[in-house]
Write a protein that binds this ligand. Structure first.
Ligand code: FEO
Length: 395
């Protein structure tokens, strides 16, 4: 794949990873890209450096535009290996280049690569001049490591936003308008929920910092570039980061012989009646990152489990740590489930979730074996009550 011009004198020269399906816990069902951008002027700068496996491809793409040995600056917006893995090869190919990163970035790159590169820390707001174009550096910590920064080219009204605004999508289309904003946003949402939601205050700070900048193009480190209409992306991020919870509930359940599974429909009907639309996910057959992408803006999460050896069904218990990913302890939680003879799963769920600091509804529902008509009515009432509780006590 050839380099792609994304603006006058600015080229995408990154890596397409068709194969990746697991990005440290986040499933990437359509692969990803590790974007690297070359800014060509009287001087030349490379922004980020793809993964180690993409080194050859990166240098080949750069070579189609300039001789890599002529690169003056290599800018590291983020030290994580999907942005820095190819740095060894790049710095070897461009021995005269100076590596620029935030203060924290310099430390991190040193700790990670011990390479003795010529590095310079850039201050927040510092700029370099390439000729007709300049590049400004803006610290944006925790997006998504402490050292992250973004780079802005005012003359091209282009921001290289690092992980912020990314999406894991592999493909030859380099622009959102070629793929359709709705499709890209589906992936952006999942990416946000898993990688950015934990740092939503940092997201809000970065967006505030971007407000005075004139931006026509957002070039993130993953997925396609946004241009022309940026509002679908910025409006979505604004809503997500402000934690505007929607009138919806997410049921996360496991089932062994179908008892707990049979309760789900009736609970969902009750939730609907109480004012919350609902989705339900079986943890055994659903990838946790898809569940997180759904639940991070739900007003209420219901965890449902059958009893297994007096406790929680292990696949349900294994999901609980994923609830921490959006770092939203204000979320309302309710628990229900089933048992054969002794019970214990629902009680244990409540104990664990309360101990984790969630606002757990006092009323719980545990039913024996399979629900009959009376029990289904109870499920319905439980769902309705949970919705009313969440709406009356929630934001
Ligand atoms: Fe794209 Fe935080 O790595």
């Amino acid at each position: 794949m050839a380099p792609v011009k994304i603006n006058e004198g600015i080229y995408w020269v990154g890596e397409v990873d068709w194969d990746i399906r697991d990005f440290h816990g986040l499933t990437t069902s359509v692969g990803s890209t590790y974007n690297s951008y070359l800014v060509v002027d009287e001087k030349t700068a490379l922004i980020d450096a793809v993964s180690k496996g993409g080194s050859t491809m990166l240098l080949r793409r750069i070579s189609e535009i300039i001789d890599p040995s002529s690169i003056d600056y290599v800018i590291s917006n983020h030290a994580e290996p999907d942005h820095s893995g190819a740095l060894n090869s790049v710095m070897e190919a461009a021995p005269g280049a100076r590596l620029l990163a935030s203060k924290n970035g310099i430390r991190r790159l040193d700790d990670m690569y011990h390479a003795g590169w010529e590095m310079k820390a850039v201050d927040d707001g510092e700029e370099i001049f390439l000729g007709r174009k300049s590049l400004q550096f803006h610290n944006a910590p925790l997006l998504h490591w402490p050292e992250t920064m973004f780079t802005y080219c005012p003359e091209a009204r282009t921001i290289f936003s690092c992980d912020l605004f990314g999406a894991h999508i592999a493909g030859t289309s380099r622009f959102v308008d070629r793929l359709g904003a709705a499709y890209v946003l589906q992936h952006t949402r999942k990416y946000y929920a898993f990688l950015m939601a934990s740092f939503r205050t940092s997201v809000l700070s970065a967006m505030k910092k971007m407000e005075p900048l004139e931006i026509d193009i957002i070039a993130p480190s993953h997925g396609p570039v946004w241009r022309d209409d940026l509002s679908p992306l910025l409006d979505s991020y604004e809503e997500w980061a402000n934690l505007n919870l929607l009138p919806k509930a997410t049921i996360v359940y496991g089932t062994m012989w179908g008892g707990t599974g049979s309760m789900v429909d009736a609970v969902a009907d009750g939730l609907k009646e109480g004012g919350l639309d609902c989705t339900a996910w079986n943890v055994v057959s659903t990838d946790p990152s898809d569940i997180i992408a759904d639940l991070f803006d739900s007003s209420l999460v219901l965890i449902a489990s059958p009893t297994f050896v007096s406790g929680i069904f292990p696949p349900v218990e294994a999901f609980i740590p994923f609830l921490r990913v959006p770092r939203d302890k204000s979320k309302k939680v309710a628990c229900f489930g089933s048992y054969g003879w002794g019970g214990g799963a629902v009680r244990r769920l409540v104990e664990i979730l309360k101990a984790e600091g969630y606002d757990v509804m006092d009323e719980q529902l545990a039913q024996q074996f399979f629900p009959g008509n009376e029990e289904l009515k109870e499920c319905y009432e439980f769902g309705r009550g949970a919705a009313e509780w969440a709406l009356s006590t929630g934001k």
